[in-house]
Design a protein around this ligand. Structure first.
Ligand code: FA5
Ligand code: MG
Length: 365
């Protein structure tokens, strides 16, 4: 049920490999939380990074108040090992268990898995750091002038802006927008400017009161707290100037030699060792609305072409006024990170993709 190209990533634990950029940036983030929450009045954070990526749907969805019919539960979005066990789609899967154990201040780092679109900043396996700060009910002074949720919100945003400054320096451009998660209320996302464009790096919010109540020893005193989940690859791309998310999985020494002897305090600017030429191929088909899910072509392409696919982009999406069917045209960009591609191998991959698409409820053109 879980394809081989995904299974082979389980257990690689890039975030634990010494001298890997994801490990370096993880250490920088942990270092920031260790130093900020070291002063009087703050309890220290605990760091976890080795929880099993197979989790129950209770942990990944139910306990986070994600509704039964939410799209993220669908097998178009999530890798199911069995009806009750998934590859975690986010590190939030560990929030409830840790809170129930009485942990209130912690980071959890781990690999997460999603059937997602394909381009330079999305990959079906990536790494997140979850952060939770859950203050007790009597942490804040309850004077009438003190708006507690507002204070906790400002505390969250200043902590995360402080992290951005710690990683990237004071001149980094950040912006906040409202977001939505079933497990936080209110919720926000943080974007950072990268190569002239805004890149979403994290989601966060005040922990939903129901979750704090469910996890509290005394449910009548749930307290108040915040949580965030950030994408480690995205931050490492910005920090080290890594142009393509596939590079994190490369075994090319020209990649690893640039990081392997470094410490989290070293300044590193990744030097691209090549930009091999891309090969473009288009594929078009008519699809009825409903039976064809837009993620399907991305998954097929990833299964057939692995890391040789750089991007899958919908370039035309036209609904015929008479028969109501929609034409989908996708442009597939093939490019290797470490060598030139031959026409022959790409034609073979493209034919295999066409053969698989023919088995879908669509009409290939
Ligand atoms: C979540 O996963 C929430 N669990 C975050 C959260 C935690 C919110 C706690 C509130 C409280 P989201 O789906 O937006 O949110 O993903 C969080 C981050 O993961 C994104 O901002 C992005 O940096 C990264 N990310 C998401 N999808 C991908 C992908 N396919 N490839 C690489 N990074 C990704
Ligand atoms: Mg998001």
């Amino acid at each position: 049920m879980i394809p081989d190209n995904i299974l082979e990533k389980v257990g690689r634990n890039l975030h634990l490999q010494q001298g890997h950029p994801l490990n370096l940036i993880k250490q920088k983030i942990e270092g920031y939380f260790a130093s900020v929450f070291d002063s009087d009045g703050f309890d220290q954070f605990s760091f976890f990074d080795s929880f099993d990526p197979y989790v129950s749907i209770k942990d990944n969805f139910d306990d986070l108040l994600i509704p039964e019919d939410h799209v993220s539960r669908s097998s178009n979005d999530t890798y199911y090992r069995s009806p009750d066990i998934v590859l975690r789609t986010h590190t939030s899967a560990h929030q409830n268990l840790l809170l129930k154990k009485g942990k209130r201040y912690f980071l959890v780092t781990g690999d997460v898995y999603r059937k997602d679109t394909i381009d330079a900043t999305h990959y079906p396996v990536f790494h997140q750091v979850e952060g939770v700060w859950a203050g007790s009910a009597d942490f804040w002074p309850t004077t009438p002038e003190c708006d507690i949720p507002k204070t906790v919100e400002e505390f969250l945003q200043s902590t995360l802006e402080g992290l951005a400054h710690h990683l990237f320096g004071k001149d980094i451009e950040c912006r906040w927008s409202d977001d939505y998660f079933p497990f936080t209320d209110p919720s926000w996302e943080l974007e950072i400017k990268f190569n002239g464009e805004w890149l979403e790096v994290l989601g966060c919010g005040l922990i939903h009161k129901q979750i704090l109540t469910n996890c509290a020893k005394d449910p009548s005193r749930p307290g108040i707290g915040w949580a965030f989940g950030l994408g480690l690859e995205r931050l490492a791309m910005i920090l080290y100037g890594i142009p393509d998310i596939r590079l994190f999985w490369s075994e090319d020494p020209r990649f690893h030699d640039q990081f392997k002897d470094k410490t989290p305090d070293d300044k590193i600017s990744f030097v691209s060792y090549s930009k091999y030429p891309p090969v473009y191929k288009d594929i078009s088909f008519w699809a009825h609305p409903g039976p064809y899910h837009e993620n399907t072509l991305h998954q097929i392409t990833r299964e057939v072409a692995g890391d040789l696919v750089e991007e899958v982009k919908l370039t035309d999406n036209f609904t015929h006024p008479k028969h109501g069917k929609t034409n989908h045209t996708y442009r597939i960009t093939y490019r290797s990170m470490d060598r030139s591609l031959t026409n022959e191998e790409i034609n073979q991959l493209q034919n295999e993709i066409r053969t698989r698409v023919e088995q879908l409820p669509v009409e290939l053109r």
